[in-house]
Design a binder for this molecule. Structure first.
Ligand code: S3P
Length: 443
């Protein structure tokens, strides 16, 4: 198995493009497969997770083809509907892929068997399958609520009004996608609003989606018996991936890095707010709208950061960015408190634990609570040590976070697996190296 070593680097300079957004890439393939006619996608992230979803859509009968770099075409199933796959569908590491697809598969009269890699098989699925069961979908999974499972779909989906406390776009999206074939209106009310890419993209596919304030939060609704029309999707740059490059520049002295085409949807941009509050020299400019999403270029210049308390309600808008924020916090002056982040324990790994363990090994003072991580940074003049090997448990964001750490620390940091970075950011090492970082792959 190959591993990576990131060594202390002088400075990072340059301009790069963020890779395609993972959330939007999954959705473009899934909605394309459901639609009538052809969907043309440009800028698709060709990460391992997305390739799993592409393969799954083929298994359900859609005609999914790669035309060129990032250019894909999906011949949708439309009225014919999703067909019963003749084998297990293995989603690898892709939580979004499997959870959204369960919602769609449950709305057709077919049986689908789902599984995934070690990490995906340890992540909770009842949060999806319980609401789907209220809609008339049946399922069987292991007693502990984990994959593998079979979803037994129905032609008679019941519309529901579901109150979600988790702030999870995967839960909301699975229910709304299932509700597209119900007889009536399906609504999801979220106390903590999560990313709205499913709602935005459904509109682009011609579906009537309503978003309204509700006494208990924000309510997203779709009318059932909807017909999706194939369309063109331009996938914007992923803010979650851009965040790794931004933080590297902010904590490596002398750096000045620009990342172009980054989506800054407010339900995804919490990390940039935090970094600005920490005193980051961050310029977000050239704002524009592309295919319904706000895009901008981001310039990050080395900054002396200070610790902050991250508001709990910001968590859904930066749920994947806490690992890299805790790296920024390790280089900042003072305490950074990240509370209300229990969801991090059921991501690709237990991210609170792995960040706490890894940062401690690197010489950083941290406190870990059931739903919280506190990082006590010593400031710019007092770089943390590094000089260790990190166990990532196959989690791409843990790996990239510690490679960023190694780029700016006193001594190099090794991460135990290189392969899984392809999940979300296949050209991470390439872009970091292009900017001046020293990251070497050892076979
Ligand atoms: C995603 C939603 C988030 C996020 C994941 C992608 C999506 O998960 O962590 O990487 O595309 O809907 P939750 O919905 O479980 O918070």
């Amino acid at each position: 198995m190959s591993y990576l070593i990131a060594s202390p680097t002088n400075r990072l300079i340059g301009t790069v493009n963020a890779p395609g957004d993972k959330s939007i890439s999954h959705r473009s393939l899934i909605l394309g497969a459901m639609a009538e006619g052809v969907t043309k996608i440009s800028g698709l992230l060709e990460g391992a997770d997305i390739l799993s979803t592409a393969k799954a859509m083929k298994a359900f009968g859609a005609d999914v083809r790669q035309l060129g770099d990032g250019h894909w075409e999906v011949g949708g199933l439309g009225e014919k509907g999703f067909q019963e796959p003749n084998d297990f569908i293995d989603f690898g590491n892709a939580g979004t892929g499997v959870r959204l697809t369960m919602g769609v598969a449950g709305s057709y009269p077919i049986n689908s068997f789902f599984t995934g890699d070690n990490s995906l098989r340890s992540r909770p699925m009842a949060r999806i399958l319980d609401p789907l069961a209220q809609m008339g979908v049946k399922y069987q999974m292991r007693e502990n609520g984990l994959l593998p499972c079979v979803v037994i779909g129905t032609n008679e989906v019941k519309p529901i009004e579901y109150f979600s406390t988790k702030g999870s776009a995967q839960v909301k999206s699975a229910i709304l996608l299932c509700g597209l074939r119900a007889d009536g209106v399906t609504s999801v009310i979220e106390k903590k609003p999560s990313r709205d890419h499913t709602e935005n993209m459904l509109r682009a596919f011609g579906v009537d989606v309503t978003i309204e304030d509700h006494p208990q939060g924000l309510c997203a609704s779709v009318k059932g018996k909807a017909v999706l029309q194939g369309t063109e999707v331009m996938v914007p740059g992923d803010p979650s991936s851009a965040a790794f490059l931004v933080v590297t520049a902010l904590i490596t002295e002398g750096s000045d890095v620009t990342i172009e085409n980054v989506m800054i949807n407010p339900l995804r941009a919490g990390i940039f707010e935090c970094l600005k509050e920490m005193g980051a020299n961050l310029e977000i400019y050239n704002e524009r709208l592309i295919a319904g999403e706000r895009i901008a270029d981001i310039r990050a210049i080395y900054s002396e950061l200070k610790g902050i308390t991250v508001p709990k309600e910001r968590a859904p808008s930066m749920i994947d960015e806490y690992p890299i924020l805790s790296v920024a916090a390790a280089f900042a002056d003072g305490q950074t408190i990240m509370d209300g982040i229990g969801e991090l324990r059921v991501k690709e790994s237990d991210r609170i634990k792995l960040m706490a363990d890894g940062l401690t090994a690197c010489g950083v003072d941290v406190e870990e609570g059931p739903e919280k991580l506190v990082v006590n940074g010593k400031g710019a003049g007092n770089k943390p040590n590094g000089g260790v090997s990190i166990t990532t448990h196959g989690d791409h964001r843990i790996a990239m976070s510690f490679l960023v750490f190694g780029t700016a620390a006193k001594e190099a940091v090794q991460v135990d697996e290189a392969e899984m970075i392809k999940t979300s950011f296949p050209n991470f090492t390439e872009l970091m190296t292009e900017l001046g970082a020293s990251i070497v792959n050892h076979e």
